[in-house]
Design a protein around this ligand. Structure first.
Ligand code: GRF
Length: 202
């Protein structure tokens, strides 16, 4: 299976996928990353892709007249690589109708909180501020909401009294990277069905 991964930052989730596939091998893992895209240039995530010899593309919202034009351009850039599955690994933009028309049902996102709790761009900070005792990460299919699509898998992380946002986020990312590698591999190898809010992996 062909994966396109979308990033916006450090790309450690991308790196986890790259390392797993390099270690296990494309055939055993069931997928290979064919391209990496971003909504901004000059980020570590793109540098990681380049170091791995992968094609990259950048679609900046500000380069387009409207949000819809950006959404279509992103969908075109991803389509060019003919992915079976698109993975948002820290991609910090909400995609629109055109992107979902083409990739809905095969577009996976990882979020650093236990959805439906704490959706949006500050899930780690919000869980901490709320005084939650556990949080975690969620891998889900993207739908037309924000972090509202059918959940595939979740991992739990304890919140410690001494945690600040970055310490907690780093601990979540340790779980998140393993969860994403495991889920993407299973989706690619086994195939899956989405039945309402339920995801059934064969
Ligand atoms: C991940 O925790 C992701 O869930 C969140 O931002 C982080 C991205 O980390 N949206 P990286 O870019 O994969 O290192």
């Amino acid at each position: 299976k062909r994966l396109v991964v979308l990033v916006s930052g450090s790309g450690t989730n991308l790196q986890a996928l790259l390392d797993a596939i390099a270690t296990i091998g494309v055939d055993a893992y069931g997928a290979e990353i064919v391209a990496v895209g971003a909504d901004r240039g000059d980020i570590e995530g793109l540098a990681r892709a380049e170091r791995a010899g992968l094609p990259t593309f950048v679609c900046r919202v500000k380069d387009f007249g409207t949000r819809e034009e950006w959404d279509t351009a992103l969908a075109e850039a991803v389509s060019a690589h003919e992915p079976d599955l698109v993975v948002s690994a820290g991609f910090m933009k909400i995609v629109g109708k055109e992107f979902l028309a083409r990739f809905g049902g095969r577009f996976v996102n990882t979020h650093p909180a236990l959805l439906p709790s704490f959706p949006g761009a500050h899930g780690v900070r919000d869980a901490l501020a709320y005084g939650a005792r556990v949080t975690g990460c969620t891998v889900h299919f993207v739908d037309d909401g924000v972090d509202t699509g059918p959940i595939i898998a979740q991992g739990v992380v304890e919140i410690r009294d001494e945690d600040d946002e970055s310490a907690l986020h780093e601990r979540i990312k340790e779980v998140e990277r393993r969860l994403l590698v495991e889920v993407v591999g299973r989706l690619a190898r086994n195939g899956y069905r989405i039945e309402g809010r339920k995801v059934v992996i064969q």
